[in-house]
Design a protein. Structure first.
Length: 259
């Protein structure tokens, strides 16, 4: 299927690896010029070169911390009129809410709620004027099915979800479409790091612990960054104009809900 976005320009935040990289690669495969972002310049440059080599597309690497005002300005200076924005940031730490002080909560809210809102604020009017825009926020399955050890994520991302529900319906008439992707367990470094900590806390071997977690997923595996990226690319496509303000679980069926 031709997604109808060849020649468009996209900003993909936190895309040097993992799900963000999967999204950037999928968009570039569709002929989109992509700005990739991360804090580690060497890793980011390697990612940009990987995507260029595979797709032949123009890829601009912007090394900055997207969760800061200066970082957001830097990436918007590199792509002031994006047609597509994929919001993403490293998730907050796991643990017990008793371990998190006010500063931890403020950081979680800044990184996973305020940052994507500020980026949407910066681009949504231009998208509306040009009569095309696609915004995808990468959140978490914990928005729909909260997990106790993800309290910081539960709170901050639920706030973003509520905001998007209102904004998406204000701008849809301008062909600006905003949706959220809710990943479950994916085979990324963040997943490995989180499972390593949980396995250690439980006093279990990592491999056995990971296999047990996979067995809890109806698909009987963890997802891949590539399939996540392709789902993102479709939500960014010309064919997604009637999908407005939705929260799409992509978790192998792990969250057992009817609606």
């Amino acid at each position: 299927m031709d997604l109808g976005i060849k020649g468009r320009k996209a900003i993909v935040c936190a895309s040097s690896q993992g799900l963000g990289k999967g999204c950037a690669l999928a968009l570039a495969r569709e002929g989109v010029e992509v700005v990739v972002n991360g804090r580690a310049k060497d890793v980011l440059e390697a990612t940009a070169e990987d995507i260029r080599r595979e797709t032949g597309m123009r890829v601009t690497a912007v090394a900055c911390d997207i969760t800061t005002p200066d970082g957001r300005k830097t990436i918007l200076d590199a792509c002031p009129e994006p047609d597509i924005l994929v919001n993403n940031a490293g998730g907050p730490p796991i643990g017990d809410f008793r371990d998190w002080d006010e500063a931890a909560w403020q950081k979680a809210v800044n990184d996973n709620m305020v940052t994507p809102i500020m980026l949407m604020r910066a681009v949504v009017d231009g998208m509306s004027a040009r009569r095309f825009g696609r915004i995808v926020n990468i959140t978490s399955r914990s928005v729909k099915a909260p997990l106790a050890h993800l309290g910081l994520s539960n709170g901050a991302r639920a706030g973003l979800t509520g905001f998007v529900a209102g904004l998406a319906r204000q701008v849809a008439k301008h062909n600006v479409v905003i949706n959220n992707l809710l990943p479950g367990p994916f085979a990324t470094q963040r997943q490995v790091d989180g499972l390593t900590r949980l396995a250690a806390k439980a006093g279990q071997d990592y491999d056995a612990f990971a296999r047990a977690r996979m067995a809890e997923v109806p698909a009987n595996r963890f997802g891949t960054a590539e399939e996540f990226g392709r789902a993102c690319a479709f939500l960014c496509s010309a064919h997604a104009g009637f999908i407005v303000g939705q929260n799409l679980l992509i978790d192998g069926g792990a969250v057992n809900v009817t609606l």
